[in-house]
Design a protein around this ligand. Structure first.
Ligand code: SAM
Length: 398
């Protein structure tokens, strides 16, 4: 296998409006697209689109793209990063109108419902946020609605400092009534305005060409809503094997989008690589390397292996196996796949995810042509902040 050097996938040091913990760099996506010899009309896909780096770069290059993700919160990020100065100007005008709409005094019944909606806030703040949210939800223009929703959560996240912890992907919930936050709503609105202005400073000066907006949708990588052989190039990074809980990481967005407890729990089970593995998954035969590491984990004498780790890892491999099958199905013959993978560790065992997945990909007819390797920083649930091996594979469909 040829070893190359593509731009780092790391986000470290990059300042963006969207701080998605699991995001990769625009420079990497740009390089991947440039090195795919794409013809006019080519279609680019990211089946794990997250904050929409792939779709943003493709759009800026005037290429058609599809970004899919299972988590509704990611749609807010993916839309927001497409916003031009003009879009933000329109969003600002709308915001100034909305903020003047007086909140109607809620009935006792609405107050109880609302209190469930926003976990971290006391009654009055919950009520003001709810009323403000309703006004945003009335906006007909989907793009602007998503953009204002994104900003609304970005600003209310500023209030959540007391609920953050050392794991950057976890947000605590209040234990006692006195932990609930009551904040100055006038200040919230001021911060909202300041946030729009700061986003405007960094935004591109081009109005989006509506024909070139990417297709952004909710979908599971286990069943892609795409035809066979319809995609020219996939640029992506799958969910990590570090037990990041992407649903909790985006809990502020999910509650803002009115997702209830059951829906959030279901999402946690469906997301790949989380701590809450789906139990009802049908058994599928795993490739040799995946099975071998699973056997080692199962035989490990740690308590974690016996209780949850083996189960979760098996679930992770099975879902990834099904997803790779889907990637192979939708990719055109001679199409290319650029995939970023992170190796991991469990106790004293090296989980060489890149080697395990190289075998899986080859078995699906996705031949690894070259690879680049980096050391990447990041929080690992089991090991704290350590450097980990990150690998980029470029594959071709045989
Ligand atoms: C490593 S992140 C991708 C980050 C992205 N490259 C970016 O720049 O923001 C993996 C993404 O996979 C998503 N995901 C997890 N399970 C999924 C599934 N079954 N189907 C689709 N997306 C899933 C997560 O929500 C997360 O956004």
């Amino acid at each position: 296998m040829v070893v190359t050097e593509c731009p780092s996938t790391k986000l470290r040091g990059t300042k963006t409006a969207i701080n998605y913990y699991a995001g990769f760099s625009e420079a990497f996506v740009d390089y991947a697209i440039e090195n795919s010899a794409l013809k006019e009309g080519a279609l680019i896909l990211d089946p794990w689109n997250g904050s929409g780096t792939t779709t943003a770069v493709a759009t800026r290059k005037n290429l058609s793209s599809i970004g899919l993700d299972i988590n509704p919160a990611t749609l807010l990020y993916a839309y927001a990063r497409l916003a031009s100065k003009q879009d933000l100007k329109r969003a600002r005008e709308l915001f100034l109108k909305i903020k003047k709409i007086k909140a109607i005094k809620p009935s006792a019944k609405t107050l109880t419902t609302n209190a469930v909606t926003f976990l971290w806030f006391a009654e009055k703040s919950t009520y003001r946020l709810n009323a403000f949210r309703e006004n945003i939800f009335q906006i007909e223009d989907e793009f602007l609605k998503n953009l204002l929703n994104f900003i609304a959560v970005k600003v209310f996240r500023m209030q959540l400092d007391n609920f953050l912890c050392s794991n950057p992907t976890w947000i605590k919930r209040p234990k006692e009534k006195q932990d609930l936050i009551e904040f100055d709503f006038k200040r919230y609105l001021k911060d909202f305005e300041v946030t729009i202005d700061s986003l405007m400073i960094n935004a591109k000066d081009l109005s989006q060409n509506p024909n070139k907006l990417p297709r952004l949708e909710l979908a599971s990588s286990l069943t892609l809503p795409l035809k066979n052989s319809s995609v020219d190039c996939i640029v992506t990074s799958p969910p990590y094997c570090t037990r990041i809980d992407y649903a909790i990481m985006t809990l502020p967005e999910l509650v803002w989008l009115k997702m209830g407890v059951n829906d959030i729990n279901q999402l946690r089970r469906n997301i790949i690589g989380t701590t809450t593995a789906e139990k009802s998954l049908e058994e599928i035969k795993l490739p040799l390397k995946a099975q071998k590491i699973l056997n080692l984990v199962q035989a490990h004498d740690s308590k974690a292996s016996a209780t949850y780790y083996y189960k979760n890892l098996k679930n992770y491999f099975m879902k990834m196996e099904m997803s790779f099958q889907e990637l192979a199905r939708v990719l055109k013959k001679t199409g290319s796949l650029h995939i970023v993978l992170q190796d991991s560790k469990y106790k004293d065992l090296d989980l060489k995810i890149s080697e395990i997945f190289a075998e899986s990909l080859e078995m699906k007819g996705l031949q690894v042509i070259d690879q680049s390797r980096y050391m990447s920083g990041g929080f690992n649930y089991l090991r704290g902040n350590k450097e980990i091996n990150e690998v980029v594979f470029r594959c071709r469909k045989k």
